[in-house]
Ligand binder design. Structure first.
Ligand SMILES: Nc1ncnc2c1ncn2[C@@H]1O[C@H](COP(=O)(O)OP(=O)(O)OP(=O)(O)O)[C@@H](O)[C@H]1O
Ligand SMILES: [Mg+2]
Length: 258
């Protein structure tokens, strides 16, 4: 279970960042009073344009960043006060964290299994299950640097799941993947959901959110403008599909900001 309560995250900007972002303000409110709940057996999708605040929100949930305001509970533990306990319950995947290119998927899997305090037998069983599922076995001994983007992403996903976490936090899990590999990953997320895990992902891909997510939260300029099931979102925006709903909301809320 993830409960985000009024999360605000403000970054301080360096002079260089102010120049790059063409702003005179030395702060950036990346997430503004965001509240959401993701339950066990549910996939929650954060949908939003570039710079909306999706990665920032997920980093706060994963204890990598401290909220400026508000609080987050993961499996009833506070992500600031009980961050160690939260870390044991979660896995976090972002396309900016890479596996060490010098080592193989098998080596990395075993390494992270030991880091999580698992015994050799458990590690081997988990590895068999995940490597078979993602088709990693045939390249499990190759160096990460020799692998394609899709192979690397599959290996990263498998390694992140080594400790069988209750809460799965994936930032754009299918980014850069071909349609076959992307399906492989989304099917696995459905399996995790069936096992009763709590899953939260971010995505730009409308069809992915439509097909995969039980609940969708749309963020624009750090503000959650709507959340609910696909049906809820379509009926409250009077639209036929998520893309149309997204553009309706974008027109409305991007204007407010300007
Ligand atoms: N470390 C940082 N310091 C300053 N500003 C930051 C930092 N990280 C992100 N930002 C800014 O905060 C805002 C939200 O960024 P974030 O990465 O959370 O968006 P996102 O929704 O994940 O975007 P994308 O779809 O491009 O991944 C952006 O304006 C970004 O420039
Ligand atoms: Mg992002």
């Amino acid at each position: 279970m993830i409960v985000v309560n009024n999360l605000t995250k403000v970054y301080k900007l360096s002079k260089k960042q102010m120049m790059e972002q063409r702003t005179k303000k030395n702060i950036k409110r990346a997430v503004n009073e965001l509240s959401l709940t993701a339950k066990p057996g549910e996939i929650y999708g954060l949908l939003g344009p570039n710079g909306a605040g999706k990665t920032t929100a997920l980093r706060c949930i994963a204890t990598l960043l401290k909220p400026t305001q508000g609080d987050i509970k993961v499996c009833e533990f506070d992500t600031v006060k009980d961050s160690e306990k939260v870390r044991k319950k979660i896995c976090f995947l972002t396309n900016e964290i890479k596996l060490d290119p010098q080592f193989s998927p098998k080596y990395m899997f075993n390494f992270f299994g030991k880091l999580h305090g698992q015994d050799d037998k458990t590690i081997q069983e988990r590895r068999e299950k995940l490597f078979n599922y993602f088709g990693i076995k045939e390249f499990e001994d190759k160096k990460i640097e020799e692998l394609s983007t899709g192979m690397k992403q599959k290996a990263s996903i498998a390694v992140s799941l080594v400790h069988d976490p209750d809460v799965v936090i994936f930032d754009e899990p299918t980014n850069g993947l071909d349609i076959v590999t992307a399906r492989n990953v989304t099917d696995y997320l459905k399996l995790l959901k069936k096992e009763g895990k709590t899953v939260i992902i971010s995505t730009h891909i409308m069809s992915e959110a439509e097909k995969l997510c039980d609940k969708i939260g749309i963020i624009i300029n750090g503000n959650k403008v709507i959340d609910g099931s696909l049906e809820d979102i379509l009926s409250s925006t009077h639209t036929e599909d998520l893309e149309d709903a997204f553009f309706e909301l974008y027109k409305l809320h991007n204007k407010e900001e300007a």
